[in-house]
Design a protein around this ligand. Structure first.
Ligand code: PEP
Length: 251
Protein backbone atom coordinates (compact mmCIF):
# COMPACT_ATOMS: atom_id res chain seq x y z
CA UNK A 1 0.00 0.00 0.00
CA UNK A 2 1.59 3.28 -1.11
CA UNK A 3 1.53 6.18 1.32
CA UNK A 4 0.16 9.52 0.18
CA UNK A 5 2.62 12.40 -0.04
CA UNK A 6 2.01 16.15 -0.03
CA UNK A 7 5.11 18.10 -1.01
CA UNK A 8 5.32 21.88 -1.28
CA UNK A 9 7.78 23.44 -3.73
CA UNK A 10 8.51 26.94 -2.51
CA UNK A 11 10.63 27.86 -5.54
CA UNK A 12 12.38 31.23 -4.98
CA UNK A 13 9.97 32.37 -2.27
CA UNK A 14 9.99 33.09 1.48
CA UNK A 15 12.72 34.83 3.40
CA UNK A 16 14.30 32.88 6.26
CA UNK A 17 12.11 34.54 8.91
CA UNK A 18 9.00 33.68 6.88
CA UNK A 19 10.18 30.11 6.37
CA UNK A 20 10.73 29.79 10.13
CA UNK A 21 7.23 31.05 10.95
CA UNK A 22 5.80 28.54 8.45
CA UNK A 23 7.87 25.66 9.84
CA UNK A 24 6.94 26.42 13.44
CA UNK A 25 3.26 26.61 12.53
CA UNK A 26 3.57 23.36 10.59
CA UNK A 27 4.31 21.32 13.73
CA UNK A 28 0.60 20.80 14.29
CA UNK A 29 0.29 19.82 10.63
CA UNK A 30 2.94 17.11 10.83
CA UNK A 31 1.02 15.59 13.75
CA UNK A 32 -2.19 15.74 11.75
CA UNK A 33 -0.44 14.20 8.71
CA UNK A 34 0.92 11.39 10.86
CA UNK A 35 -2.57 10.60 12.13
CA UNK A 36 -3.79 10.59 8.50
CA UNK A 37 -0.85 8.40 7.39
CA UNK A 38 0.19 11.09 4.90
CA UNK A 39 3.82 12.08 4.32
CA UNK A 40 4.30 15.85 4.46
CA UNK A 41 7.22 17.93 3.22
CA UNK A 42 8.44 21.18 1.69
CA UNK A 43 11.28 22.17 -0.62
CA UNK A 44 12.55 25.58 0.57
CA UNK A 45 15.40 27.58 -0.96
CA UNK A 46 18.91 26.41 -0.07
CA UNK A 47 19.16 29.26 2.44
CA UNK A 48 16.15 28.12 4.45
CA UNK A 49 16.73 24.35 4.46
CA UNK A 50 18.35 24.25 7.88
CA UNK A 51 16.01 26.83 9.37
CA UNK A 52 12.97 24.78 8.38
CA UNK A 53 14.53 21.51 9.48
CA UNK A 54 15.44 22.90 12.89
CA UNK A 55 12.02 24.46 13.40
CA UNK A 56 10.15 21.25 12.54
CA UNK A 57 12.31 18.11 12.50
CA UNK A 58 9.25 15.98 11.62
CA UNK A 59 8.64 17.74 8.31
CA UNK A 60 10.36 16.27 5.23
CA UNK A 61 12.74 18.96 4.01
CA UNK A 62 13.82 18.62 0.40
CA UNK A 63 16.27 20.53 -1.72
CA UNK A 64 14.94 21.91 -5.02
CA UNK A 65 18.07 20.85 -6.93
CA UNK A 66 21.73 19.90 -6.49
CA UNK A 67 24.88 19.53 -8.58
CA UNK A 68 26.17 16.12 -9.59
CA UNK A 69 29.81 16.82 -8.68
CA UNK A 70 30.95 16.67 -5.05
CA UNK A 71 32.93 19.94 -5.16
CA UNK A 72 35.02 22.12 -7.43
CA UNK A 73 34.85 25.02 -9.84
CA UNK A 74 31.06 25.24 -10.27
CA UNK A 75 30.28 28.77 -9.17
CA UNK A 76 26.87 29.17 -7.61
CA UNK A 77 26.22 25.45 -7.23
CA UNK A 78 25.53 23.21 -4.21
CA UNK A 79 26.51 19.53 -4.08
CA UNK A 80 24.67 16.55 -2.65
CA UNK A 81 27.53 16.18 -0.16
CA UNK A 82 26.88 19.73 1.07
CA UNK A 83 23.19 19.01 1.46
CA UNK A 84 23.90 15.75 3.30
CA UNK A 85 26.29 17.68 5.53
CA UNK A 86 23.37 19.74 6.87
CA UNK A 87 21.13 16.70 7.23
CA UNK A 88 19.16 16.93 3.97
CA UNK A 89 18.34 13.63 2.30
CA UNK A 90 15.62 14.55 -0.21
CA UNK A 91 15.90 16.48 -3.46
CA UNK A 92 13.77 17.42 -6.44
CA UNK A 93 15.47 16.81 -9.77
CA UNK A 94 14.41 18.04 -13.20
CA UNK A 95 11.69 20.51 -12.23
CA UNK A 96 10.38 22.08 -15.43
CA UNK A 97 11.69 25.49 -14.37
CA UNK A 98 15.19 23.98 -14.08
CA UNK A 99 14.74 22.44 -17.51
CA UNK A 100 13.38 25.54 -19.24
CA UNK A 101 15.35 28.36 -17.55
CA UNK A 102 18.60 26.59 -16.69
CA UNK A 103 19.07 24.17 -19.56
CA UNK A 104 18.65 20.93 -17.63
CA UNK A 105 18.40 17.90 -19.88
CA UNK A 106 17.39 14.31 -19.27
CA UNK A 107 21.11 13.47 -19.27
CA UNK A 108 22.06 16.07 -16.66
CA UNK A 109 19.09 14.93 -14.59
CA UNK A 110 20.40 11.36 -14.84
CA UNK A 111 23.80 12.41 -13.48
CA UNK A 112 22.15 14.21 -10.58
CA UNK A 113 19.75 11.35 -9.86
CA UNK A 114 22.52 8.76 -9.76
CA UNK A 115 24.66 10.97 -7.54
CA UNK A 116 21.84 11.69 -5.10
CA UNK A 117 20.80 8.04 -4.89
CA UNK A 118 24.38 6.92 -4.31
CA UNK A 119 24.43 9.15 -1.21
CA UNK A 120 21.18 7.67 0.10
CA UNK A 121 18.88 10.51 -0.98
CA UNK A 122 15.23 10.15 -1.89
CA UNK A 123 14.77 11.74 -5.32
CA UNK A 124 11.60 13.36 -6.61
CA UNK A 125 12.12 13.24 -10.36
CA UNK A 126 9.90 15.72 -12.20
CA UNK A 127 8.65 14.90 -15.68
CA UNK A 128 6.06 16.46 -17.95
CA UNK A 129 5.27 17.74 -21.41
CA UNK A 130 5.13 21.31 -22.72
CA UNK A 131 1.95 22.82 -24.15
CA UNK A 132 3.23 22.24 -27.69
CA UNK A 133 4.05 18.61 -26.97
CA UNK A 134 0.62 18.16 -25.39
CA UNK A 135 -1.13 19.68 -28.40
CA UNK A 136 0.90 17.50 -30.76
CA UNK A 137 -0.02 14.37 -28.80
CA UNK A 138 3.61 13.77 -27.84
CA UNK A 139 3.05 13.50 -24.08
CA UNK A 140 3.76 9.78 -23.69
CA UNK A 141 6.84 9.84 -25.93
CA UNK A 142 8.26 12.81 -23.98
CA UNK A 143 7.62 11.09 -20.64
CA UNK A 144 9.11 7.84 -21.95
CA UNK A 145 12.32 9.66 -22.92
CA UNK A 146 12.46 11.55 -19.61
CA UNK A 147 12.09 8.33 -17.64
CA UNK A 148 14.32 6.12 -19.79
CA UNK A 149 17.23 8.56 -19.95
CA UNK A 150 16.74 10.10 -16.51
CA UNK A 151 16.65 6.77 -14.71
CA UNK A 152 19.25 4.84 -16.69
CA UNK A 153 21.71 3.03 -14.44
CA UNK A 154 19.52 3.26 -11.33
CA UNK A 155 19.86 0.02 -9.36
CA UNK A 156 17.02 -2.13 -8.06
CA UNK A 157 17.79 -1.04 -4.49
CA UNK A 158 17.93 2.62 -5.49
CA UNK A 159 14.53 2.40 -7.21
CA UNK A 160 12.98 2.26 -3.75
CA UNK A 161 14.06 5.87 -3.20
CA UNK A 162 12.60 7.22 -6.44
CA UNK A 163 9.40 9.27 -6.50
CA UNK A 164 8.02 10.60 -9.77
CA UNK A 165 6.22 13.93 -10.04
CA UNK A 166 4.14 14.24 -13.20
CA UNK A 167 3.80 17.95 -13.91
CA UNK A 168 2.47 19.08 -17.29
CA UNK A 169 4.52 22.22 -17.98
CA UNK A 170 1.46 24.04 -19.32
CA UNK A 171 -0.26 23.55 -15.98
CA UNK A 172 2.48 24.80 -13.65
CA UNK A 173 1.61 28.16 -12.15
CA UNK A 174 -0.97 28.85 -14.86
CA UNK A 175 -4.24 27.85 -13.22
CA UNK A 176 -4.81 25.52 -16.19
CA UNK A 177 -5.43 22.19 -14.54
CA UNK A 178 -4.96 18.90 -16.28
CA UNK A 179 -8.11 16.87 -15.92
CA UNK A 180 -7.94 14.14 -13.27
CA UNK A 181 -8.48 11.63 -16.13
CA UNK A 182 -5.44 12.97 -18.00
CA UNK A 183 -3.38 12.84 -14.79
CA UNK A 184 -4.46 9.22 -14.23
CA UNK A 185 -3.75 8.22 -17.83
CA UNK A 186 -0.20 9.60 -17.67
CA UNK A 187 0.54 8.41 -14.12
CA UNK A 188 -0.60 4.92 -15.12
CA UNK A 189 1.67 5.15 -18.19
CA UNK A 190 4.53 6.22 -15.90
CA UNK A 191 3.96 3.21 -13.65
CA UNK A 192 3.92 0.83 -16.64
CA UNK A 193 7.13 2.40 -17.94
CA UNK A 194 8.78 2.07 -14.53
CA UNK A 195 7.89 -1.64 -14.57
CA UNK A 196 9.88 -2.07 -17.76
CA UNK A 197 12.82 -0.15 -16.25
CA UNK A 198 12.80 -2.14 -12.98
CA UNK A 199 10.14 -4.71 -12.14
CA UNK A 200 6.37 -4.74 -11.79
CA UNK A 201 6.57 -5.06 -8.01
CA UNK A 202 9.06 -2.18 -7.67
CA UNK A 203 6.93 -0.01 -9.97
CA UNK A 204 3.84 -0.77 -7.90
CA UNK A 205 5.61 0.64 -4.84
CA UNK A 206 6.74 3.93 -6.43
CA UNK A 207 4.84 7.03 -5.30
CA UNK A 208 3.69 9.10 -8.27
CA UNK A 209 2.61 12.68 -7.63
CA UNK A 210 0.60 15.04 -9.79
CA UNK A 211 1.63 18.69 -9.93
CA UNK A 212 0.30 21.73 -11.77
CA UNK A 213 -1.98 24.38 -10.25
CA UNK A 214 -3.08 22.04 -7.46
CA UNK A 215 -5.26 23.87 -4.93
CA UNK A 216 -7.34 22.79 -1.92
CA UNK A 217 -10.42 22.84 -4.17
CA UNK A 218 -9.06 20.36 -6.74
CA UNK A 219 -6.49 18.18 -4.93
CA UNK A 220 -9.03 15.52 -3.94
CA UNK A 221 -10.03 14.83 -7.54
CA UNK A 222 -6.42 13.91 -8.32
CA UNK A 223 -6.01 11.82 -5.19
CA UNK A 224 -9.05 9.77 -6.18
CA UNK A 225 -7.12 8.47 -9.22
CA UNK A 226 -5.63 5.04 -8.63
CA UNK A 227 -2.11 5.86 -9.83
CA UNK A 228 -1.87 9.32 -8.22
CA UNK A 229 -0.33 9.06 -4.76
CA UNK A 230 -0.04 12.70 -3.85
CA UNK A 231 0.72 16.19 -5.05
CA UNK A 232 3.68 18.46 -5.70
CA UNK A 233 2.35 21.95 -5.07
CA UNK A 234 3.90 25.34 -5.76
CA UNK A 235 1.79 28.45 -5.17
CA UNK A 236 -0.72 26.84 -2.81
CA UNK A 237 2.04 25.58 -0.51
CA UNK A 238 3.33 29.02 0.46
CA UNK A 239 1.07 29.71 3.41
CA UNK A 240 0.48 27.32 6.25
CA UNK A 241 -3.28 27.91 6.00
CA UNK A 242 -3.39 26.83 2.36
CA UNK A 243 -1.01 23.93 3.05
CA UNK A 244 -3.27 22.76 5.86
CA UNK A 245 -6.32 23.05 3.59
CA UNK A 246 -4.54 20.83 1.04
CA UNK A 247 -3.66 18.28 3.70
CA UNK A 248 -7.22 18.21 5.03
CA UNK A 249 -8.45 17.28 1.55
CA UNK A 250 -6.08 14.31 1.42
CA UNK A 251 -8.04 12.26 3.95
C1 PEP B 1 5.47 23.32 -8.99
O1 PEP B 1 6.20 24.26 -8.73
O2 PEP B 1 5.95 22.17 -9.04
C2 PEP B 1 4.05 23.55 -9.25
C3 PEP B 1 3.29 22.55 -9.58
O3 PEP B 1 3.62 24.85 -9.12
P1 PEP B 1 2.06 25.33 -9.03
O4 PEP B 1 1.39 24.43 -8.00
O5 PEP B 1 2.14 26.74 -8.57
O6 PEP B 1 1.46 25.15 -10.38
Amino acid sequence: MRKKLLLGNWKMNLLQAEAKVFAEASRALTQKAKAMNVMLGVAPTYLSLQTVKNANPELIVSSQDMHFEAKGAFTGEISAEMLADIGISWTLIGHSERRSYFGETNLSCNKKIKKALSLGFTVVYCVGETAKEYEENQTKQVILDQLTVGLQGVTEEEFQRIIIAYEPVWSIGTGLNASPEHAQDICSFIRKTLATLSSKSRAEAVQILYGGSVKPANVKAYLLQSDVDGALVGGASLTVESFEALLTQMA
